[in-house]
Design a protein around this ligand. Structure first.
Ligand SMILES: [Zn+2]
Length: 187
């Protein structure tokens, strides 16, 4: 009993909500690097995610909770199915600069490419746009007393992270992802 209370306290102390910055916060200069040099593209070139509708069958990849537990590693299950958050600088890919593609760890849905990845300094892999309009969906998240836009996989509905409007050019968006929800494949 005493041990479980201690671990509960510890988990509260060390817990850091992913990308805890709220939408109302001002961008921090040191965290937001300049966009790609000489970029002349407009945001119209980049896909904008559709909102989650909540309609039945919206997400084609469906499994029971017991099946998800078997299909995913504990780290993946914690993020994708329990809307968990990895601690900054502890997950995969925040420091990955290789050229390649990022997929959903649950269903291999194409999510992001290295072409839109940037170094946010947050300790989470960050992108300024998703790979396609069918990659992710966006959903309002009011948890932890913050108003944020949650990003989920458009195929399985699994939690991936959040999006903020303090990103670099050309879109100004920062998709702050949990690396443990992603699988990277080198080009
Ligand atoms: Zn997925």
């Amino acid at each position: 009993m005493r041990l479980s209370l201690l671990s509960l306290l510890l988990s509260v102390v060390i817990f850091t909500p992913a990308c805890s910055q709220t939408r109302a916060d001002k961008p921090v200069a040191s965290v937001v690097p300049a966009g790609p040099k000489g970029a002349t593209v407009t945001t119209a070139k980049y896909p904008q995610p559709q909102p989650v509708t909540g309609k039945p069958g919206e997400f084609p990849v469906q499994h029971t909770d017991a099946e998800w537990k078997k299909l995913l590693t504990p780290d993946q299950y914690y993020i994708l199915r329990q809307e968990g958050t990895e601690r900054p600088f502890t997950g995969k890919y925040h420091d990955n600069h290789a050229a390649g593609t990022y997929y959903c760890a649950a269903d291999h849905n194409l999510l992001f490419t290295s072409a839109t990845k940037f170094d946010s300094g947050t300790g989470w892999p960050s992108f300024f746009a998703p790979a396609t309009v069918a990659s992710v969906k966006v959903k309002s998240d009011e948890s932890f007393g913050m108003s944020r836009d949650e990003i989920v996989c458009a195929k399985c509905g699994g939690h991936l992270g959040h999006v903020f409007d303090d990103g670099p050019k050309p879109t100004g968006q920062r998709y702050c992802m949990d690396g443990n929800a992603l699988v990277f494949e080198k080009k």
